[in-house]
Design a protein around this ligand. Structure first.
Ligand code: HEC
Length: 216
């Protein structure tokens, strides 16, 4: 090979290297990855940082459901189906036996740890108060977190929708179901279906439907 031939080879190699270099710079410039301000997916249980969304978004932290709004529209039958998860340990019938856990007929709004003939844990007995909608909701979400030391060895129900349906069923499974509170005015106003209501509760300027006491 003469030197002219070598020049051609070296020129070709250098030219290719320069070409690749330039293409990379240009490509990186064009395809610079843009990170979205908000993730495109929502992870259940993860609390979003405030301020990431628009000004109108509701607070995302642990907000208790507005029972006056969610209970009248809850799926009681679906809630009853969810009790399959409890049935190994709980009986739901009136006068039903205590199993691993106490009988649960009429538990909503009842004082905690008072079912006759059942030996509760010290942790359960040590927490006073009634099984209000909020309290049952917290307990069913994560029993061991709500009442550390409880002997109810059940992981909990993550889906809020499922807990609401289940609580609607528990409420109905009672001689005299606990009353449903009036919907909070702000929630009622956000619900377009609430507009053509015939009866308005005393509180607030917004017109909201009176909750139907769905006694069974
Ligand atoms: C593995 C058995 C088990 C499962 C499954 C279970 N529980 Fe329990 N539950 C218990 C035990 C045991 C207690 C008593 C806890 C204590 O004394 O600390 C209890 C207590 C309760 C109480 C308090 C009752 C009272 O009288 O104060 C409620 C309410 C309750 N369970 C609801 C449920 C529901 C609803 C489900 C199904 C979604 C469920 N549990 C699933 C074992 C269970």
């Amino acid at each position: 090979m003469d030197s002219f031939e070598w020049n051609k080879i070296i020129g070709a190699v250098l030219g290719t290297a320069v070409f690749i270099f330039v293409v990379r710079i240009v490509a990186e410039h064009i395809y610079e990855p843009e990170h979205p301000a908000k993730p495109g997916y929502i992870v259940e249980g993860v609390i979003e940082e405030p301020g990431a969304g628009g000004a109108a978004t509701a607070p995302v932290a642990e907000v208790a459901p507005d029972w006056g709004t969610v209970l009248p529209t809850a799926d009681v039958a679906a809630g009853q189906a969810s009790t399959a998860k409890c049935a190994a340990c709980h009986d739901f019938a009136k006068g039903g036996p205590n199993k691993i856990g106490p009988g649960l007929f009429g538990v909503v709004d009842n004082p905690r740890a008072t079912h006759p003939g059942y030996a509760y844990s010290a942790a359960m007995k040590g927490k006073p108060g009634n099984w209000t909608y909020d309290e049952i909701n917290l307990f069913l979400k994560a029993p061991a977190v709500d009442i550390p030391g409880t002997k109810m060895s059940f992981a909990g129900i993550r889906s809020e929708r499922e807990r609401i349906n289940l609580i609607a069923y528990l409420r109905s499974n009672d001689d005299s179901p606990a009353p449903i509170p009036a919907p909070k005015p702000a929630e009622a106003a956000a619900d377009p279906a609430a507009a053509p209501a015939e009866a308005a509760p005393a509180a607030g300027p917004t017109v909201a439907p009176a909750p139907a006491p769905a006694a069974h």
